[in-house]
Ligand binder design. Structure first.
Ligand code: FE2
Length: 432
């Protein structure tokens, strides 16, 4: 009979341990070697005194003020479950730590793969946007995870066969997380050009071409995911009016980096301020709402158009032509900064990168607003009718849902899943 331990892939099973002066060396069954410092192990102890099982956070037994910085192990062994077992000596006599082997493996300090984020798949207009069935996303956690994985990979996906009403739209979004509170009175907005009031104050309700952009660039933290569901489309001309457009911002960043490193440097280091002000505006966003509501909003933010993470890779694009305000750049750089900004704007409309498609009724377009820029082709026939529902989810909520689903796949307890990096959870999901 194979035990649960034997079902684990060799990478998650310990072959042997050797105690050294400062820590313990583990050889894994796949041949990989890891070293764990004793102080790191003691500081990471998950015994019930050091770590509270109910709150999943450090407990009172973990007192850094009392913790020796040169801990001495009394006995280090591999226990029957194949986990690392340490009985501490010296000032810590009586203290006992057991470390889950799989957890140790994804905390290996000399595995460079663990420190890397999954590289996004960059795309141009030839992208084939992945489609998911709405009822499968609603009922199957595996499909929900595949959908969220695609958002991580490509930043865009379409959910089809969705019921064409606000309640179902809201329920679909809540599969991922709570709707983000907007500064507007409503969290689900209905884009319909017959809404004259909204048209007067919102670019997305107007009939001109809506240029590719990210939303809410003037916010401190921009919206993560954006959901758009088309509930109605009738075009008497049967041409490409009110088609959706999407562009991979990370792809454009790469194009600029390759073609013009100086432009790239400017767009990643110089600040482009953004502002948006709406005060005491009475707004009726939904056609079914009985009365208009008031909202007040005055946002200002300085950010780079291309935001880089600790590895120097883009993690966020902020670009919205409509919310740009006067530049705060030194005049010796204004020419080059605007030339760089203009280059990004040109690439945004370039058919090579700009994917265009019709969002037919019952389809929900989901974009990662930290990466993918979205827009819409113009409407020139006054009789064209199109209704789109829209709503936001925080980037954090989306990442949390994906982490929870990845964790479920591992079969591990929250004690060990808690605090693992996204990459670690991805790896642990495949440990059997
Ligand atoms: Fe938008």
């Amino acid at each position: 009979m194979t035990t649960v331990l034997q079902q684990l892939k060799p990478a998650f099973r310990i072959e042997s341990i050797v105690t050294l002066d400062k820590g313990v060396n583990i050889t894994w069954k796949d041949g990989h070697e890891s070293f764990y410092h004793y102080l790191w192990l003691l500081d990471s102890c998950r015994c019930s005194k050091c770590f509270q099982r109910d709150t999943l956070s450090l407990g009172h037994g973990h007192d850094l003020l009392k913790m020796p910085l040169n801990p001495t192990p009394q006995e280090v062994k591999l226990n029957r479950e194949g986990n690392l077992d340490i009985a501490w000596g010296g000032e810590q006599t009586g203290h006992h730590s057991v470390f889950d082997a799989s957890w140790l493996r994804v905390h290996c300090h000399n595995d460079p793969a663990l420190k890397q984020k999954r590289k996004p798949q960059l795309w141009d207009s030839s992208v084939s946007v992945p489609h998911f069935d709405c009822s499968e996303v609603m009922n199957d956690d595996g499909v929900l995870l595949s959908f969220l994985n695609q958002i991580v990979e490509l930043g865009v996906a379409i959910i089809e066969n969705a019921p064409k009403n606000e309640e179902s739209f809201r329920a679909l979004i809540e599969r991922v997380g709570p709707l983000r509170q907007r500064y507007h009175p409503t969290n689900v907005f209905t884009m319909d050009k017959s809404n004259k009031k909204a048209q007067a104050i919102q670019h997305s309700y107007q009939v001109e071409t809506l240029r590719n952009h990210t939303d809410v660039t003037a916010y401190d933290i921009p919206t993560g995911l954006q959901f758009f569901e088309c509930t109605f489309y009738e075009n008497p001309d049967s041409d490409r009016q009110a088609y959706s457009t999407v562009v991979d911002g990370f792809k454009l960043a790469e194009v600029i980096k390759t073609q013009n490193p100086w432009f790239y440097e400017l767009l990643t280091t110089e600040y482009i301020p953004a502002g948006r002000k709406r005060l005491s505006v009475e707004e009726k966003l939904g056609e079914y709402e009985s009365s208009a509501k008031k909202y007040e909003w005055d946002a200002y933010r300085r950010n780079h158009l291309i935001q880089l993470d600790e590895n120097g890779d883009p993690y966020q694009i902020r670009y919205n032509h409509n919310t740009r305000i006067p530049l705060e750049v030194s005049f010796d750089k204004i020419h080059d900064l605007l030339a760089a900004y203009k280059r990004f704007s040109q690439l945004l409309q370039d058919p090579e990168y700009n994917a265009e498609f019709l969002l037919t009724p019952g389809k929900v377009l989901v974009v990662d607003n930290w990466r993918v820029l979205h827009g819409r082709t113009g409407i020139w026939n006054p009789d064209l009718r199109r209704i789109v529902l829209g709503a936001y989810v925080e980037e954090e909520s989306f990442r949390c849902r994906r982490r929870i689903l990845l964790g479920d796949k591992t079969g591990m307890s929250d004690l060990w899943l808690m605090g693992c990096s996204d990459r670690a959870l991805e790896i642990l999901g495949d440990r059997y």
